[in-house]
Design a protein around this ligand. Structure first.
Ligand SMILES: [Zn+2]
Length: 278
């Protein structure tokens, strides 16, 4: 048996709408229900964005608080990860929910292009978000849209801006950012091992039809996997994904094919150095 694989479910995101897939959870109640089903299907991390009453992305800490409370109640032990991504706010607004002390939060450490704009992560904002995560004891997940982001995470770790060995997620297939490229993926893995140690955990996310491609690459290479409707709303070319849980189930099947047990929340917390919930 290989090492356990942690499955992260990115339930909502900032971009998809119910017009893209009616199963997308948008209200907090829908998010809790969808996450619970994904948790029961095998996900150990919930990557969360919140939306306002009109379904638009927001960084409103009150929304995050309601979601967090519901997830603690309905998915006990599950790792809650909030997004500090730039589609839902600007500047320090992006970190306003960190005082809620989620287990984890996403942290972009550099800028790159997105489909129709620049994804701006200026150095002072990156430093501030990292400091807030340290202050509130929130473990960052480094969103690597580029090789330089992995090396930047290493510098920040060495400088004490990140407490533990950085947990890096490779994001591939966002239009105008890093495409899905096997050689680059292999070099990402090589770089993580070189900088953070042979056993350092890492994960990968692919966008759209490439979600399952990155799932398979990561599982086969010993990494962890992200799925969910944020990154991809389809099960295959002909069918919409009926739920987040259905996307989790296809990752579970891949884990079985590759002889990797699926990490339950206990195991996931141990692998990531996170405390057990109070
Ligand atoms: Zn996200």
């Amino acid at each position: 048996m290989g090492e356990p694989c942690i499955i992260c479910v990115a339930i909502t995101g900032s971009v998809p709408t119910k017009a893209d897939n009616p199963a997308l959870p948008v209200s907090v109640a829908e998010q809790i229900e969808s996450t619970q089903a994904a948790f029961e299907a095998g996900a150990a991390i919930a990557h969360c964005h919140v939306r306002d009453d009109e379904g638009r992305p927001t960084s409103d800490p009150a929304r995050f608080a309601r979601l967090q409370e519901g997830l603690h109640r309905h998915c006990p032990g599950m790792i809650v990860q909030f997004s500090t991504g730039g589609r839902s706010g600007a500047g320090p607004e992006r970190g306003g929910m960190l005082a809620l002390r989620p287990d984890m939060a996403s942290l972009a450490v550099g800028s790159n292009n997105f489909p129709s704009r620049v994804y701006e992560n200026p150095p002072d904002l990156v430093d501030w978000l990292a400091a807030e995560m340290l202050a509130h004891d929130v473990k960052p997940e480094i969103e690597a849209f580029d090789l330089s982001h992995i090396l930047k995470a290493h510098q920040m770790w060495r400088a004490g801006q990140i407490r533990d060995v950085p947990y890096v997620q490779f994001v591939m297939g966002v239009r105008n950012a890093m495409p899905v490229d096997r050689d680059v993926f292999d070099y990402y893995v090589h770089t993580v091992k070189r900088l953070f140690g042979e056993g350092a955990p890492w994960c990968a996310a692919g966008i759209g039809a490439n979600q399952i491609v990155l799932n398979e690459w990561a599982i086969a290479a010993g990494g962890h996997a992200r799925t969910g409707l944020e990154d991809n709303v389809r099960l295959d070319r002909d069918r919409l994904a009926p739920s987040n849980a259905a996307l989790v189930a296809r990752v579970v099947a891949l884990c079985q094919q590759h002889d990797r047990p699926v990490a339950d929340w206990h195991t996931a917390r141990r692998l990531l150095g996170l405390p057990l919930p109070a």
